[in-house]
Design a protein around this ligand. Structure first.
Ligand code: F6R
Length: 590
């Protein structure tokens, strides 16, 4: 949420900053801005909308010569998306860009206004700039430390001072890394923004400050100089390219077979590489959005096949609940970014009560990856499209594998033969993905609808939730997922011939029940699209058959069909597929 990039070195920073912002655009795209600095001047350029607007504006502006700059792409929190609210914000000698949210901004602003400070924007960021500037008496470290000690909330900041040829960075509860190169330093919300220039980076811990000149970097914590370890990123710079695909979403869906195979390979060879969870009496799965829906697949499998008591809840609720831990409990946190604010808070709450945590996470440098007591990496590589696809399917795969391992360790399942089905899943998914004509045909049938339903029972309901979310977030068609048996308790009043209903039917045990519910909506005029693994279900005009594999892993074969239907539908509607309106990846605010 919001992307930051900064540079100090020998080059003119403009192209580095613009390219960095483009790489971070998935984090927010309401407005963007840039500040360039030289000895005499700070020049700020801002624009509404996408980075290309800012780029155009910079091309048409007489830019100062400079070798220091900071830049920002915004996802609005305080204040509407507008040029005035776009970052950078400058107060007195202090110019900053900010990612995060300051909860006591109103209170601080009231005080600063009383002290005579005039504000131009509605943002919490301008309040931070004013506060740092208030304490700035030629000692940047002291000013940054004093000001940030008064902030309640989250922040990643890149900071310039008019009279210092230096770049400063600090973070708390929002990601920020420092990139290291000979005679140049970078700051970025995410390594992908600077990977073309360097793979060497330093992770700033909470409230550590980096002070950079062209050829030197120092780190401070609580006014004392500290040393930091330089790490090397293991991602390839090509990983962030579209590789010829029209959209990142499509590219990332198409990557699913390969990443699934690579991620699962070591565990399929040696199940003991997975954590031993069989002794936990209760498991709580906590996550947000699609990650929580992956958790719901896990919950069903753990309950049904591994006989574990499981609660699955969205992190924004869980974190504020009076959760009762009265037996040996494990909290599983699922997150692609590892930076989702609510999931982090839920994890920290669990830690404060001495509860074990296991993170299923993609970004290895993230807060959740670093703080959870155990972790499993999903190894999906950078996911750039805002709507998650490849990370989600890997989350489902790892949850299924964990459920299998617990069942096996508890001797509910006697041998590992059924893992052969998981082994062949990548190949089957590849074939499913090749069937794009069918998904396009379905998309053509639904893309003009205003309301769409997804129904299923048990694990099929969990998958329906994700199918519905994927469709609505990228195509902007209202859609809802329902437990198939629950529709008739009210919602069926919305069903008529204009409403397509996707029915997911892969669980043999309750297949007949779901088919009855399908008949109920069909007899009210709904256009039904069935997705099933049972070739004997035939009497519907639109049926997508997926191969039948063991119940533990069956959902993996349904997911790609739903993702591609969402993609094709959004494309027919001319939506901005990789950057749906109002959204941002990595939700670092509550
Ligand atoms: C939907 C989507 C979101 C995320 C959610 C959690 O396509 O991407 O619902 O799943 O914001 O994000 P992470 O997994 O980064 O914690």
């Amino acid at each position: 949420m919001c992307g930051i990039v900064g540079y100090i070195g020998k080059e003119n920073p403009i192209s580095i900053l613009i390219q960095g912002l483009k790489d971070l655009e998935y984090r927010g795209y309401d407005s963007a801005g840039i500040a360039l600095k030289n000895k005499d001047n700070i020049q700020i350029i801002k624009s509404i909308g996408k980075i290309t607007n800012l780029q155009e504006k910079c091309q048409n502006t007489n830019l100062i010569s400079s070798n220091i700059g900071i830049a920002h792409t915004r996802w609005a929190t305080h204040g509407a998306p507008s040029k005035i609210n776009a970052h950078p914000h400058k107060v007195g000698k202090t110019t900053i860009v900010h990612n995060g949210i300051i909860e006591n901004a109103a209170l601080l602003k009231e005080q600063l206004v009383k002290e005579g400070i005039k504000f131009n924007s509605d943002t919490d960021t301008e309040v931070i700039a004013a506060l740092i500037n208030k304490y700035y008496k030629n000692d940047p470290i002291k000013a940054i430390e004093k000001a940030t000690s008064e902030l309640v909330g989250s922040y990643a900041l890149a900071i310039l001072f008019d009279d210092k040829e230096k770049l400063y960075a600090i973070r708390k509860d929002s990601p920020l890394i420092v990139g290291i190169k000979d005679n140049a330093f970078f700051v970025a919300s995410d390594i992908t923004a600077i990977i073309n220039y360097t793979k060497n980076y330093v992770l700033l811990e909470e409230n550590e400050i980096a002070e950079m000149t062209q050829n030197h970097i120092s780190y401070y914590y609580q006014d004392k100089e500290i040393t930091k370890k330089v790490l090397t990123a293991d991602i390839k710079s090509e990983a962030k390219d579209k590789n010829g695909y029209e959209h990142y979403m499509l590219k990332e869906i198409m990557e699913e077979p390969l990443i699934l195979e690579n991620t699962l390979k070591p565990y399929l060879k040696n199940l003991d590489l997975l954590p031993n969870l069989k002794d936990y009496e209760e498991i709580h799965i906590v996550a947000c959005g699609s990650a929580m829906y992956a958790g719901m697949v896990g919950k069903t499998l753990l309950e049904e096949r591994a006989q574990v008591k499981v609660f699955c809840e969205c992190a924004s609720e869980y974190r504020y609940k009076n959760v009762i831990y009265d037996c040996k409990t494990l909290v599983i946190l699922i997150s692609q970014s590892g930076e989702t604010a609510d999931t982090i808070a839920a994890m920290r709450n669990a830690h404060s009560k001495n509860i074990d945590t296991l993170a299923i996470v993609n970004v290895k440098t993230s807060t959740i990856a670093r703080e959870a007591k155990m972790h499993l990496f999903i190894e999906a590589g950078p996911e750039i499209a805002v709507a998650t696809t490849k990370a989600y399917i890997l989350q489902v795969a790892l949850m299924a594998l964990l459920a299998f391992k617990i069942a096996y360790d508890k001797k509910i399942i006697k041998d590992t033969k059924i893992l052969a089905d998981l082994q062949k899943a990548p190949c089957l998914i590849k074939e499913i993905l090749e069937n794009r004509k069918l998904y396009l045909k379905i998309a053509k049938e639904i893309y003009q609808s205003t309301n769409i339903f997804f129904i299923g029972r048990k694990v099929d309901y969990a998958i329906a939730l994700e199918g519905s979310l994927k469709l609505k977030e990228v195509s902007y068609i209202h859609s809802e997922a329902y437990q198939a048996g629950e529709l008739k308790h009210g919602t069926i009043s919305l069903i008529d011939e204009k409403v397509p209903v996707f029915a997911i039917i892969t669980d043999k045990q309750i297949e007949e029940k779901t088919l009855s519910n399908v008949e109920e909506v069909k007899s009210r005029g709904a256009k039904v699209i069935v997705i099933t693994n049972n070739k004997n279900i035939t009497n519907y005009p639109d049926i997508i058959y997926v191969p039948k594999i063991n119940e533990f892993f069956q959902s993996l074969l349904v997911v790609p069909t739903l993702q591609l239907i969402a993609y094709e539908t959004a494309k027919l509607r001319g939506c901005d597929i990789d950057k749906p309106k109002n959204l941002a990846k990595s939700v670092t605010v509550e």
